[in-house]
Design a protein around this ligand. Structure first.
Ligand code: ATP
Length: 205
């Protein structure tokens, strides 16, 4: 299975094009890095690839077909800012089990403590909340994970452990990963292929 964005263009309102004719693909089991300077549109491109936003041109295909419009999303996106990705009026237990109920092994491998589950998002650190968001996104139906600066707020040791868990799971399930990061060292260490976002753009920016 392959996740593919073909010739996608995006502009916000009447502003000039953020990007035009951007293309990228990730195969099942692949770990692909996405690099580019701040503000060039990587997060926007990820949102389009996950089906949260639409380009003015182009298409996103999963296994050759458009993304499903309802039900669990097989392409999951983890944002850089977990506090913007959760409902502040839901306790952590409701947040983490929104799409599936992660088992004990999953919670343990992401170092999620049981007592966090009874807290509101405002009572959790950014790193704790992010681990809950990662658990939420790793249902067995997830085929592709788009990690947009997923571990930027975590200390180096926690970051390494979380990536180990996610990479092991991806290999086991043949899940594809798109890793957006400014951390070139991380990208070089975990990715099998790297895409420079600016080089994916068509000639008429
Ligand atoms: N909803 C929006 N309305 C208008 N402009 C937006 C919106 N969302 C993002 N932008 C603008 O689009 C541009 C690209 O933003 P985006 O977050 O996609 O870039 P990025 O490459 O991921 O940046 P970074 O590496 O800093 O996270 C930025 O200039 C941003 O201000």
């Amino acid at each position: 299975m392959r996740l593919e964005a073909r010739n996608v263009s995006k502009r916000y309102g009447r502003e000039s094009w953020l990007f035009r004719q951007a293309s990228a693909s990730v195969n099942a089991g692949e770990v692909v890095g996405l690099l580019g300077p701040s503000g060039c549109g990587k997060s926007t491109f990820c949102r389009i690839m996950a089906g949260y936003d639409q380009g003015a041109e182009g298409e996103v295909l999963l296994g050759g077909a458009p993304l499903p419009k309802s039900g669990y999303r097989p392409v999951q996106l983890i944002f850089q800012h977990p506090e913007r990705a959760v409902n502040p009026r839901w306790k952590a237990d409701a947040i983490v089990s929104e799409g599936w109920r992660p088992d004990e092994a999953m919670l343990e491998s992401l170092e999620i403590r049981r007592e966090w589950l009874n807290r509101w998002p405002s009572e959790l650190s950014g790193g704790e909340l992010q681990r809950l968001c990662i658990a939420r996104a790793l249902a067995p139906q997830t085929r592709f994970l788009l990690a947009d600066e997923m571990t930027a707020m975590l200390d180096a040791i926690t970051q390494a452990r979380i990536w180990r868990t996610v990479l092991d799971l991806a290999a086991e399930r043949q899940m594809g990963l798109l890793v957006v990061s400014h951390d070139r060292h991380l990208i070089d260490r975990i990715c099998t292929r790297v895409i420079d976002f600016r080089q994916q753009l068509g000639p008429e920016r």
